[in-house]
Design a protein around this ligand. Structure first.
Ligand code: HEC
Ligand code: HEC
Length: 248
């Protein structure tokens, strides 16, 4: 059942393998295409509710995470260039929601989709387990940041438009499914933000879409540049060069 990806594969080879995998799974791809009409911030029913109420099994969470680690890295730190987001330290509810949304077609993620299906990693219990494991990982001390051109403007925009949901330090809110955005790679923040603004991320929060609809390109760069430099609390950050001993 479980996909065994060789972690030592070069990233390029890995992406090629991922694409080949996706091509093989013609049925999944068909479902994926059909899902493209789904647009809803909080879908009804489905795996999210179930997973939220299950007691997590950390040991199984680690086993499930093995397949994820091929892209998100064993440390959960993702890539500085934003190809793969950092997952480490993200709120449990946010991981559960995003994973359930990707699986049920409310959020497009063709690269990851075939690896995240129930047939690959299991049902709601596996979602609960892997979310618990990921949220406990310490975060990347050296995430990718923006160009630093106008941080004062970014700060002002952040305080006026984002604090009420993402918090003063970008810490988000576990109870409300608001993502932690502090310490995330700038390039990933930028891509998601643009997709949310354009309606391409179909599970986006409508109040956020409304809040940012008049942002210019400069506003966007400045505010996310500022966000990428917001630091998580010291106890959430791993030492530079830390390697996850669970995946030696
Ligand atoms: C083949 C590579 C690949 C694999 C394997 C993979 N992911 Fe991903 N994942 C991605 C990419 C790429 C994105 C960002 C997609 C985007 O830009 O919308 C992502 C995004 C996510 C997100 C959303 C993060 C956010 O900030 O909203 C979550 C949660 C996630 N992955 C969890 C997992 C879990 C759990 C697994 C293992 C079951 C996994 N991923 C396996 C490539 C992968
Ligand atoms: C009304 C609440 C609200 C406001 C205001 C808001 N956001 Fe969000 N934001 C959210 C929620 C909820 C999500 C996750 C949506 C989902 O489930 O897909 C999100 C997602 C994001 C993401 C993607 C994070 C990820 O891990 O994928 C970024 C980046 C972001 N917001 C930045 C901002 C910035 C910058 C501002 C201010 C200019 C802002 N948001 C204002 C609620 C808000």
């Amino acid at each position: 059942m479980k996909k065994t990806l060789t972690l030592s594969l070069a990233l390029g080879a890995l992406l090629a393998a991922g694409a080949a995998f996706a091509a093989e799974k013609a049925v999944d791809q068909k479902t994926f295409e059909e899902n493209k009409t789904k647009k809803e911030w909080m879908s009804q029913g489905g795996e999210r509710e179930e997973a939220l109420h299950l007691a997590p099994n950390k040991e199984n969470g680690k086993d499930v995470y093995e397949v994820c680690s091929a892209c998100h890295l064993p440390e959960g730190w993702g890539q500085t260039d934003g190809t793969f987001p950092q997952l480490a330290g993200q709120h449990r509810t946010v991981i559960i929601k995003q994973l359930a949304d990707i699986r049920d077609g409310h959020r497009d993620n063709p690269t990851m989709y075939p690896f995240a299906l129930p047939s690959e990693i299991g049902g709601p219990q596996s979602i609960a387990d892997v979310a618990d494991y990921i949220s406990g990982l310490k975060m990347n001390p050296e995430n990718g940041v923006g160009p630093g051109t106008d941080l004062a403007h970014g700060k002002k925009l952040y305080e006026d438009n984002c604090v009420r949901c993402h918090g003063a330090q970008g810490e988000g809110d576990n109870d409300k499914f608001f993502p932690r955005i502090q310490g995330q790679h700038y390039e990933y923040l930028l891509r998601q933000y643009q997709w949310i603004k354009a309606g391409k991320r179909r599970n986006a929060n409508p109040d956020m879409v409304e809040q940012i609809k008049n942002f210019t390109d400069k506003d966007t760069v400045d505010v996310l540049d500022y966000v990428s430099r917001l630091k998580p609390s010291a106890d959430m950050i791993a030492p530079v060069g830390w390697k996850n001993p669970d995946f030696k």
